[in-house]
Design a protein around this ligand. Structure first.
Ligand code: MN
Length: 169
């Protein structure tokens, strides 16, 4: 017999809340460093439909670094050609700072030549995506970066086995 004073009301309709936010997942912060207004708008529209994400934006590299230090985003999307310091230099600064070194940074650039991509990956970007932005590809890359980030925080080998229903009809 349950103590009514300690009892939890299990009749609450929780389905609505679960549909809006991934069950058990904390809010993920994405920082997008980009000087192009159209790209900023496109990505803002993408995240407007995702209440499980919070999007921060910066229009130059220095502001991006300041926001990264202050807000500890889970993933950073970084343009390469930025006013002031460029994306590759900004990445180096983030990597050299213990406060931001662990955050995966995804390059998002119009520089689409193979040597640009190679240079970017060599610099240490988690992935290098080329413009125009493909929303599905961007979202999949962000999900991969989040998994990578949370695996790094938890340590290694902490993966729950996937349970699959084995029903035959
Ligand atoms: Mn740019």
């Amino acid at each position: 017999t349950a103590d009514p004073l300690l009892g939890v009301d299990t009749e609450q309709p929780v389905a609505i809340a679960q549909a809006q936010v991934r069950h058990g997942a904390p809010l993920s912060i994405v920082l997008y460093v980009e000087d192009n207004t159209a790209n900023l708008k496109l990505v803002a529209q993408l995240f407007a439909r995702r209440p499980d994400f919070r999007l921060l934006t910066a229009t130059d590299g220095n502001l991006g670094i300041r926001l990264a230090r202050a807000n500890q985003p889970d993933v950073i999307l970084m343009d390469i050609n930025l006013p002031g310091i460029g994306g590759i230099e900004a990445l180096k600064i983030l990597r050299e700072d213990a406060a931001t070194a662990h955050i995966p940074v995804v390059a998002l650039s119009a520089n689409a030549m193979p040597r640009d991509i190679e240079k970017g990956l060599h610099a240490g970007f988690f992935r290098y995506l080329t413009k125009p932005i493909i929303l599905n590809e961007l979202m999949n890359t962000i999900e991969s970066a989040l998994e990578f980030h949370s695996a790094g925080i938890r340590g290694t080998g902490d993966r729950s086995p996937q349970v699959s229903p084995d029903e035959r009809s």
